[in-house]
Design a protein around this ligand. Structure first.
Ligand code: F0G
Length: 354
């Protein structure tokens, strides 16, 4: 039975036999070959989709949160530990779920009016103390950093090294599922923890000889929130991909390191390209992701158009979050259903049967 990423990769994670393992059996997510998408994009690239939306709370954050929350319990605190994070939504959903399971308190700070409905409902139903900040993610994150420096709180944002440790298992899993290392990996970049984690994971797997080479890392930011691409902080980030609406990423240097060491790139895609990719993925492969995750596919498409890839290579696209996280976006982008009377003739005609 699958018991989550800590049990699966225990010897590569900073846990001991005494660590109380808090798990929702995260990980073991599908790695789907995407031949419909390859045909549509007229490419011979072997595209695989790592569907992290299939994690228990619907995003990749669970891989990191199982380790971060387990380790929070591992360390002695005067009272039961309290976890805290700033979030564009998914981290807060995951933190509050794992905290509930660990029977500890969680506090989440979110930018007011700027997180998707699904994510907000998750934090609330799991019983987190949810505080909406009049400001953006970067403001919320600054407050959380200050609070954790003054009070006995465990920050579970991705600058918590245990988050990175857990999330690196995504790289292990891809290599184990494929049987080798992909030539390229494409992913969204927001606060830049995940690209840091994947690159660490690939390097470790190479170090223990599980793979014979390393992949080229390709990261994509949203055009209106692309500080790493621009090389400067974006004071007022803007994008419909609210998960990656971040102007001053915490792991900026690490992301640049991953790009340089892997001879990859970090580029941006427009909201229009993100939405096109969002619909394309749902229509061609039956995979529903949230907009931020679709930036992987938008980026891939952009690079294919530029003839970036040599022939016959493989690429894994990280699809970071489930489409149901942000139902408002799907409904806004798609034509509304036709409304008809319950009349068989009228309906048969509408379907094109008569
Ligand atoms: N995709 C999704 C769905 C996300 O929620 C995030 C980040 C990213 C991509 C980018 O990952 O930050 O490691 O570069 N969400 C964070 C949050 C910021 O608060 O949920 P990153």
């Amino acid at each position: 039975m699958w018991q989550g990423v800590i049990e699966r990769y225990r010897e590569y994670l900073p846990v001991s036999e005494r660590t109380p393992v808090i798990t929702l059996q995260e990980g073991d997510t599908p790695l789907l070959p995407a031949s419909n998408l390859s045909s549509f994009l007229k490419t011979d690239l072997k595209i695989y989709l790592k569907y992290e939306g299939a994690n228990p709370t619907g995003s990749f954050k669970d891989r990191g949160m199982t380790v971060a929350v387990s380790k929070a319990l591992d360390v002695k605190h005067d009272n039961a530990p309290v976890v805290i994070c700033a979030s564009t939504g998914n981290t807060s959903a995951s933190a509050s779920a794992y905290a509930a399971r660990a029977k500890i308190k969680s506090v989440v700070l979110i930018p007011e009016g700027a997180i998707a409905l699904g994510k907000l409902s998750q934090a609330l139903i799991h019983g987190a103390k949810v505080i909406a900040i009049k400001g953006n993610f970067d403001d919320a994150f600054r407050v959380v950093k200050e609070l954790t420096s003054r009070f006995d709180l465990v920050m579970v944002n991705s600058i918590n090294p245990f988050r990175i440790e857990g999330q690196k298992t995504g790289a292990f899993e891809i290599c184990d599922q494929l049987g080798h290392c992909p030539d390229y990996q494409v992913m969204p970049v927001g606060n830049a923890g995940n690209i840091t984690a994947y690159w660490k994971g690939y390097k470790e797997w190479y170090g223990v000889k599980k793979i014979k080479k390393l992949p080229v890392m390709l990261g994509f930011q949203a055009e209106g929130a692309a500080p790493i691409v621009l090389g400067k902080i974006v004071k007022k980030p803007e994008t419909i991909a609210t998960a990656i609406k971040i102007g001053n990423p915490a792991s900026w240097e690490k992301a640049v390191e991953a790009r340089q060491e892997s001879k990859g790139l970090i580029d941006s895609v427009s909201d229009k390209e993100i939405i096109e990719a969002y619909k394309l993925l749902a229509e061609t492969e039956g995979v529903f992701v949230e907009p931020a995750s679709a930036s992987s596919i938008a980026g891939l498409r952009k690079l294919i158009k530029k003839n970036y890839f040599p022939r016959g290579k493989s690429v894994v696209a990280i699809l970071t979050g489930h489409g149901l996280k942000d139902p408002d976006r799907a409904i806004a982008e798609i034509a509304k259903p036709v409304v008809l009377p319950p009349d068989i003739e009228v309906i048969a005609k509408e379907i094109g049967l008569s």
